[in-house]
Design a protein around this ligand. Structure first.
Ligand SMILES: Cc1ncc(COP(=O)(O)O)c(C=O)c1O
Length: 382
């Protein structure tokens, strides 16, 4: 989107917003703002934690041929239960999972929404440890689930006793843990997840959108599933699998949880095309995960380079890095955008988040960032 397009769209949105006040909107939605990470047409886009590498040509060819096959049958509804895909997802995850203990939807955000429609709702509450993924409170709110923001330590870590105490105090119907966490980047220790599972009166959702990027690959909550029947592990193909545009998220839980989600899912929610694309990607998981290893190496180098230019940057188990701290982070975000680099203004005040790009994109970001700090355009807080 160009600058002019942004302005036109902005004024159209202002008119639509004014008209919104005349609609019989649900009272609890009044005054709310829609999710809106900017989608701007700039040279270097490092703001939504996408995989910077496009799907490899062999996968693109495989997707094209599978989609062509499926296209010939699009007069029929897709497999409502996506059994072939769920079997393949269970095979990818391992841990003894089967199609019955796996479920898929249009992105992991839809999985989260289905879980809250099933286990949250009016009169119920969901708790998360902030800062964390901004969609957890947002999806809670739109499903009329009361949001409870629990705190992390000042270094954004979470320990088992602190987490269990918050859960015991609030008795939420749903607890969210994000591991590795967005936007802070760090993995949640398995003993914290276990302590939360032991203390929680209701469901525990572990959002593992970035699991494949973690330094310790054994630290997944999947290993806890046999012991905690109210635990749900949510994953996505948007990040490691470089498939954000296809919209495929999934979860692993006991078969009873999957049966419960059937109560709220829309019939035929997952198109035959999406199922075919995801199946093709799973067949190429080896190649796709090779790019994850490269991104992990580039991420660690990015952390070191940010520190090298005098900034604070946390260790990361994801494909992004939280860095700062700035007296005016908005000004830094804008200065980068003016130089053609889009990152994300999110998380705790003073911090910014940058996704790991290709080596060339990351180099551009770092050199622009260095010029901004060296040129005195940003006050760095120590
Ligand atoms: C922690 C976390 N969970 C879930 C998602 C949603 O991913 P998707 O709906 O593309 O699967 C994201 C996206 O950035 C995320 O950061």
């Amino acid at each position: 989107m160009s600058g002019a397009d942004v302005r036109i769209e902005g004024s159209a949105a202002a008119v639509a917003k004014a008209a919104l006040a005349d609609l019989p909107l649900r009272a609890d939605l009044a005054g709310r703002r829609a999710y809106g990470a900017p989608q701007l047409d700039v040279a270097v886009r490092l703001n939504t934690n996408e995989n910077p590498y496009p799907p490899p040509p062999a996968l693109v060819a495989d997707i094209a041929s599978r989609v062509a096959e499926v296209a010939a049958g699009l007069n029929r509804y897709p497999d409502r239960d996506a059994m072939e895909l769920r079997t393949a997802l269970a095979g990818y995850l391992g841990h003894g999972l089967t199609a019955a203990s796996t479920w898929a939807a249009n992105g992991s955000n839809e999985i989260l929404q289905q879980l809250l429609q099933t286990f949250g709702g009016p009169g119920r509450s969901a708790l998360g440890f902030e800062p964390s993924y901004s969609m957890h409170p947002l999806i809670s709110q739109v499903t009329a689930t009361r949001w409870i923001a629990a705190a992390r330590s000042s270094d954004f870590s979470l320990d088992a006793a602190q987490a269990a105490a918050a859960v015991s105090a609030h008795q939420p119907d749903v607890v969210f843990l994000t591991s590795p966490n967005n936007p802070t980047g760090s993995a949640t220790p398995i003993e914290v997840i276990e302590a939360v599972c032991a203390a929680a009166p209701g469901m525990v959702i572990v959002d593992e959108a970035y699991a494949e990027f973690a330094r310790d690959q054994s630290a997944t909550a999947l290993s806890l599933l046999p012991r905690y029947p109210r635990l749900v592990v949510v994953r996505t193909m948007s990040k490691a699998f470089a498939l954000a545009g296809a919209r495929l998220g999934y979860m692993a839980a006991t078969p009873a949880v999957v049966e419960a989600v059937y109560l709220v899912r829309l019939p035929y929610h997952l198109s035959a095309i999406t199922q075919a694309v995801a199946l093709a990607a799973l067949q190429h998981s080896g190649e796709l995960l090779a790019s994850v290893a490269a991104i992990r190496t580039e991420r660690d180098a990015l952390v070191a380079s940010l520190r090298g230019i005098g900034l604070a940057a946390g260790e990361s188990d994801t494909n992004f890095v939280l860095f700062g701290r700035f007296a005016d982070r908005r000004a830094v975000w804008q200065a980068l955008l003016d130089r053609g680099v889009l990152i994300r203004e999110t998380g705790p005040s003073g911090w910014l988040r940058v996704s790991v790009g290709t080596p060339a994109e990351t180099a551009t970001f770092l050199s622009e960032m260095k010029q901004i700090t060296d040129g005195g355009a940003a006050t760095v807080l120590r």
